[in-house]
Design a binder for this molecule. Structure first.
Ligand SMILES: NC(=O)c1ccc[n+]([C@@H]2O[C@H](COP(=O)([O-])OP(=O)(O)OC[C@H]3O[C@@H](n4cnc5c(N)ncnc54)[C@H](O)[C@@H]3O)[C@@H](O)[C@H]2O)c1
Length: 307
C-alpha cells in the first residue's frame, strides 16, 4: 500500500499526480490545494481518465489539509512559479512562507512520511521545510536536469536515449553542473564522442526558461521525471537518481544533488565514484548554496518582522 499526499495541484502538480498514478506508484492519493473546488474537480477528471484505463487507485480531492494524514509520502508543489526572466531564487521568500506554514501542519499528521519537494527554488525549499518540520525531506533536485542532459546528447549523437548514461549535480537551476565523469554513451566515456560540452551545459540551463517563455511553465518533462522519483520510492526500485538529499554543512541542513540510490530508503550515495574535478564542482556548489541560502534566510526573517 502506498499512500501519497499531493500538496498544490497547479500545472506541475497535476502532471505529477496523473503520471505517478498511471505508473502504478500510488494506491491511495489525497490531493490538496487552497483554490476552492480545484482539487475536487481535478478528482473528477482523474476518475474519468482512470475509468477508461481500469486504474483502481483511491482518490480524494480536498480543500481540507487535515485530510492529508497518515501518508507514506507527501509531494509539495504548492507555491509561486517563476515568470519569464525570473530566477528560481527570486521565489525564495514567498514560497518559504508557504513551506513554514505547511511544515507546522503536515508533520504532526504524517509521522514517518518522506517529503518530496517540488516548489522552487526546490533545494532551498526542501531545506526550509526540513528545518521547520524536522521531517526527512528530499528535493527533486537535478534529476530533471539529468534527463534534459541525456535527451540532448541522444538527439545530437543520433543514438537512443537509453544508450546515454550520466548525471547532473549541484543545485537545481542555473548553478547545476554536468558531472562529466559519469557521462557515457553506449557504455563508453563521453570523450570518445564528438560533442560540444559547453552546448550541452547551456541547453540544460536554458531550456526550462525557453519552455516557460513559450508554454507558460514546464509540465510534462519534470512531471514525468518526478513521478519516476515517487515510483522509485513507492515500489522500492533501487534506481540511481540525482536528487537532493539532506546533508550537514556549517551546522545547517542543506540540499544539493548527486547520484544516489533511491528506494523506500534513500542511499547510499555514489559521490565517491566521481572524479576529482566533479567532486570539486560539487563541493563548490555546496558552498555557493550555503551562502545564498543563509542570505535568503536573512531576507525571510526580515520580511517576518512586524513593521
Ligand atoms: N522541481 C522542478 O523541477 C519544478 C518543475 C516545474 C515547476 N516547479 C515549481 O513548482 C511550483 C508550482 O509550479 P506550477 O507551474 O504548478 O504553478 P501553478 O501556479 O500552476 O500552481 C501552483 C499551485 O499551488 C497552489 N498553492 C499555493 N499556495 C498553496 C498552499 N499554501 N497550499 C496548497 N496549495 C497552494 C496554488 O493554488 C496553485 O494551484 C513553482 O514553484 C515552480 O517553480 C518545479
Amino acid at each position: 500500500m502506498s499512500k501519497v499526499g499531493f500538496i498544490g495541484v497547479g500545472k506541475i502538480g497535476q502532471t505529477i499526480v496523473y503520471s505517478s498514478i498511471v505508473s502504478g506508484a500510488v494506491d491511495e492519493a489525497v490531493i490538496y490545494d487552497i483554490i476552492p473546488e480545484l482539487p475536487e474537480k481535478f478528482e473528477h477528471e482523474l476518475r474519468h481518465a482512470f475509468a477508461t484505463k481500469g486504474i483502481k487507485t483511491e482518490i480524494l480531492g480536498t480543500n481540507n489539509l487535515d485530510d492529508v494524514a497518515g501518508m507514506d509520502m507527501v509531494v509539495i508543489s504548492a507555491g509561486k512559479p517563476r515568470k519569464p526572466g525570473m530566477s528560481r531564487r527570486d521565489l525564495f521568500v514567498d514560497n518559504a512562507k508557504i513551506m513554514m506554514d505547511l511544515a507546522g501542519k503536515l508533520a504532526p499528521k504524517n509521522p514517518g512520511a518522506i517529503y518530496l519537494m517540488v516548489a522552487n527554488p526546490v533545494d532551498m525549499m526542501a531545506s526550509v521545510f526540513m528545518k521547520y518540520s524536522k521531517e526527512y525531506t528530499i528535493s527533486t533536485g537535478d534529476q530533471v536536469e539529468t534527463m534534459r542532459m541525456r535527451s540532448y546528447i541522444a538527439k545530437k549523437l543520433k543514438v537512443p536515449v537509453t544508450q546515454v548514461d550520466g548525471f547532473v549535480g549541484g543545485e537545481h537551476g542555473e548553478d547545476a553542473v554536468v558531472l562529466w565523469s559519469t557521462v557515457k554513451v553506449k557504455g563508453k566515456p563521453i570523450d570518445n564522442f564528438n560533442i560540444n560540452k559547453q552546448e550541452v551545459e547551456d541547453y540544460v540551463k536554458k531550456i526550462p526558461g525557453e519552455i516557460i517563455r513559450v508554454m507558460g511553465g514546464t509540465t510534462w518533462g519534470p512531471g514525468t521525471i518526478i513521478a519516476d522519483i515517487i515510483k522509485a520510492v513507492s515500489l522500492n526500485e533501487n534506481r540511481v537518481m540525482s536528487i537532493a538529499t539532506p546533508r550537514q554543512y556549517e551546522g545547517q541542513i542543506i540540499h544539493v544533488s548527486s547520484p544516489i540510490v533511491v528506494s523506500s530508503s534513500i542511499g547510499p550515495s555514489l559521490e565517491t565514484l566521481l572524479d576529482e574535478k566533479d567532486r570539486w564542482h560539487l563541493n563548490s556548489a555546496m558552498k555557493d548554496f550555503y551562502e545564498a541560502y543563509m542570505e535568503n534566510m536573512k531576507q525571510l526573517e526580515q520580511s517576518l518582522k512586524p513593521t
